[in-house]
Design a protein around this ligand. Structure first.
Ligand SMILES: Cc1cc2nc3c(=O)[nH]c(=O)nc-3n(C[C@H](O)[C@H](O)[C@H](O)COP(=O)(O)OP(=O)(O)OC[C@H]3O[C@@H](n4cnc5c(N)ncnc54)[C@H](O)[C@@H]3O)c2cc1C
Length: 400
């Protein structure tokens, strides 16, 4: 594994490690280590620390706060940040809307939005999915009708992650219907304080508030907040989603989960021996670790290929990373639940009765394990479901 890294990569990794080990606020580090929710204030503070170092948005164009690092350096940055128990910068801001404004936005949009996106003054939510438009995103119906210098937007967005904290939303809206459904879609930046916006919480099966419904009722959006050309946003969305999937392997996070399983299992006894000495657990963890190593090597191989390509070119292989990465991520949660064993049962019953996790009659780690198990069932759905990734890969393999 180590031979895949050059001497420069190793030196760079050491530099990253030293910075993250000294700069992550201890309270934040502990929360991330215990897989607890991070508050918006903590997230802002972390973004500002990164931004002051020039590392909030390393993959961006160097003229707009990026670093000029290549994919291998970005990978090491993400890996070392996660291993230091720091949250990755907000994906909606840094991976999704920022690169899109850089690629397709006006100079005014770049000047006014990009610094605020980097330091999280602007917290963006992603308004793509709708009831009836998820995997088949082009079926979206939220409409935007031109009225002078404004669009008047009406419709509903679904599953909008952390919209309760967001002061902006980037949204796909329909500006033309009648032709091919991929045509007629436009990309807008919407101020969440605009009259006519209602954010309604959706409590997921883990009994927490991560996602929302967003209703738009005659919301007036300045034309100046349209990114790129009217009716051309389908191509922009594809550009965004390819960005999202390349780093979907999540190997560092799954490695951290494995370390946490071992830590916790060492303190749980079965037949007079800690669980870490039980053959069933050793076997489950070894199989997971072997598959994870294979995924890491595959990821690095794809990363080397990506480095040879022009910026923005997309390869279907990132679908493989997202698919396998989310499955292994879920497998780690399943093993943690097995380690919790009978302690998982009161958690599941407690969730169904709506009890907060700190009121459950089990150790905190077991409650968290059950909660994460439920939350992360969604990992094989969001950012493109496993079935849809299978379709993409099958088409590529068959040359369709
Ligand atoms: C926790 C969470 C957070 C999310 N956050 C956001 C967000 O912030 N912003 C946002 O815009 N969206 C978000 N989403 C929405 C997410 O992108 C969609 O849920 C996803 O694209 C699937 O769409 P859907 O829910 O409409 O399911 P559907 O598309 O209706 O799919 C239902 C099932 O059918 C399968 N299926 C669908 N089409 C095919 C096909 N052609 N072939 C085979 N099987 C198929 C799917 O794999 C799935 O199992 C989030 C979702 C979740 C669960």
């Amino acid at each position: 594994m180590n031979s895949l890294y050059s001497d420069e990569d190793v030196a760079f990794r050491n530099e990253l490690r030293a910075f993250f080990q000294s700069s992550v606020p201890p309270g934040l580090r502990r929360k991330v280590q215990l897989e607890q929710n991070v508050s918006p204030e903590e997230m802002r503070e972390w973004h500002r620390i990164l931004d002051a170092k020039g590392w909030a948005a390393p993959a961006w164009d160097a003229n707009w706060g990026g670093t000029g690092w290549g994919p291998m350096q970005i990978h090491l940055y993400r890996e070392q940040m996660q291993l230091a128990h720091a949250p990755l910068p907000l994906a909606m801001n840094i991976n999704l809307v920022g690169p899109l404004i850089i690629a397709f936005g006006s100079d005014d949009q770049k000047t006014s939005f990009l610094p605020r996106i980097r330091n999280l003054d602007y917290w963006f939510a992603q308004g793509f999915s709708e009831p009836g438009a998820g995997s088949d995103l082009a079926a979206l119906r939220t409409s935007a009708v031109r009225d002078g210098d404004f669009y008047v937007v009406n419709g509903q967005k679904a599953w909008t992650t952390l919209a309760q904290y967001a002061n902006w939303m980037f949204a796909l809206v329909r500006t033309e219907s009648g032709g091919r459904k991929q045509d007629g879609i436009t990309y807008l930046l919407i101020d969440m304080a605009s009259p006519g916006i209602t954010v309604r919480p959706v409590i997921t099966i883990d009994r927490d508030h991560h996602v929302n419904e967003v209703f738009l009722d005659n919301v007036r959006v300045p034309v100046a907040h349209r990114v790129g050309e009217e009716n051309r946003a389908w191509n922009y969305a594809k550009f965004l989603l390819s960005n999202e999937r390349l780093f979907g392997a999540r190997t560092a996070l799954t490695n951290l989960k494995i370390a946490r399983i071992k830590e916790v299992a060492a303190g749980v006894m079965q037949d007079g021996k800690p669980l870490t000495e039980q053959p069933w657990l050793k076997q489950r963890l070894t199989l997971l670790e072997i598959e994870l190593r294979a995924l890491e090597i595959t990821f690095l191989r794809i990363l080397f290929e990506v480095q040879q390509r022009k910026p923005g070119e997309f390869d279907t292989k990132s679908s493989m990373l997202k698919m396998k990465g989310s499955e292994l991520f879920q497998r780690a949660d399943e093993i943690m639940l097995e380690v919790a064993g009978p302690a998982a049962l009161p958690c599941i019953e407690g969730f169904l009765q709506g009890k907060p996790t700190d009121q459950l009659p089990v150790p905190e780690w077991a409650a968290t394990a059950s909660q994460k198990y439920f939350l992360n069932r969604a990992a094989t759905i969001y950012a493109g479901s496993t079935e849809v990734q299978h379709n993409i890969l099958a088409k590529a393999a068959l040359g369709l």
